[in-house]
Design a protein around this ligand. Structure first.
Ligand code: COA
Length: 329
């Protein structure tokens, strides 16, 4: 990893604003989820707009003006057709590079990173920009208290370059998987090919995110623990040597349970969910950038990353924090 950037849209949405519309409370959102506020893109601002901002920062951080490919992880594309990554590449002034979307929910950034690592390893590319970006507000039902307090908008991006596996900044082996039998536990029911919505409006169609929170919570803990353990072992690490555990910011109680189960002390588990909420595919790069700029990630730190999301999907990998990357936010 040679560059890192993150971008949050300026508008901050407090719990008070959420509570003015829903039967919930600031106290419930803080204690049950760990969120005090989140950011929301203004109407008219799309995922690609957020992705371009983060991508520009990541490329500036890397000191590069060109990358050989753009991988965009998102669950909230600008449109069903076409993919959003070409729009991002165009916005970055890279109009002819290969660019494609990865749809793996909140695990998307780590999935994209694994794909990029494969492209670098095969010699297909020398540099790849991996972006995780979400305009979650576009998919959330503002009247659904099970989801509206949770999700936030944002984007994070990393430039990956070919290098040696033993040098700082090198990504370790990926441990990943999926279980499609849980597709309906976190989904947008209508508007896809299974339940198409034709025309501009269809009575009863549901095109908002719906979630079975308890199921998601249970599986998120189990799968992130499993994947993190597998990734650490594959990298030749033991868990007590992990300096930082970077967990997808879904719920502060999920992160705490994962850390407890793995035996990693709370002071080694950075968090930004209190101010950004669950930003899905943007969560991991946003947290890396915030932890790095806040001085909580330093050169040589052994970082274990884990994510879980809709699908279900999950992924974990390792990273030795580089000594010459200045994250830009
Ligand atoms: N405000 C106030 N009360 C709420 C509420 C809200 N926003 N949402 C649910 N409740 C109520 C429920 O109705 C229920 O009331 P009841 O006991 O009278 O039936 C009670 O709180 C407990 O609900 P439950 O769903 O059991 O809460 P929970 O402790 O599981 O927390 C989540 C709900 C959504 C916060 C939690 O399940 C969660 O974080 N799940 C994972 C979400 C996630 O990570 N999603 C993205 C994955 S990548």
């Amino acid at each position: 990893m040679i560059g890192l950037g993150a971008w949050l849209p300026p508008r901050h949405v407090t719990n008070a604003e959420i509570c003015s519309r829903l039967d919930t409370s600031d106290e419930w959102i803080r204690t049950r989820i760990g969120i005090a506020g989140r950011h929301a893109a203004e109407p008219g601002t799309a995922t690609s707009d957020l992705a371009v901002e983060a991508g520009l920062l990541a490329m500036k951080s890397a000191g590069v003006e060109h990358v050989d490919a753009v991988v965009l992880a998102t669950a909230t594309p600008d449109h069903h057709i076409p993919g959003t990554a070409p729009t991002v590449a165009h916005g970055l002034g890279l109009p002819e590079v290969p660019a494609f979307d990865v749809t793996a929910g909140c695990s998307g950034f780590l999935y994209g990173t694994a794909l990029a690592a494969g492209l670098l390893h095969a010699g297909t590319c020398r540099t790849v920009l991996v972006v995780g970006a979400e305009a979650m507000a576009s998919a959330v039902d503002p009247d659904d208290r099970a989801t509206a307090p949770i999700f936030g908008d944002g984007a994070g991006a990393a430039v990956l370059a070919a290098g040696r596996p033993d040098e700082p900044g090198a990504l370790g082996p990926i441990a990943w998987g999926s279980d499609g039998s849980h597709a309906a536990d976190l989904w947008i029911p209508d508007g896809g090919s299974r339940r198409p919505v034709h025309g501009t409006a269809e009575a009863g169609a549901d095109r908002c995110i719906r979630m079975q929170g308890k199921e998601v919570f249970r599986h998120a803990v189990r799968r992130m623990c499993q994947a993190a353990q597998e990734a650490a072992t594959a990298a030749g690490w033991v868990l007590r040597d992990v300096d930082r555990l970077v967990v997808h910011q879904a719920n502060a109680r999920i992160s705490a349970t994962v850390a407890d189960t793995l035996g990693i002390p709370a002071e080694r588990v950075p968090s930004n969910i209190d101010r950004v909420g669950n930003t899905s595919a943007a969560s991991i790069p946003l947290l890396l950038a915030h932890a790095a700029t806040g001085g909580d990630l330093i050169a040589g730190h052994r970082v274990l990353l884990a994510a879980f999301g809709g699908g279900f999907t999950w992924a974990a990998t390792t990273l030795v924090w580089p000594d010459d990357v200045e994250a830009l936010v």
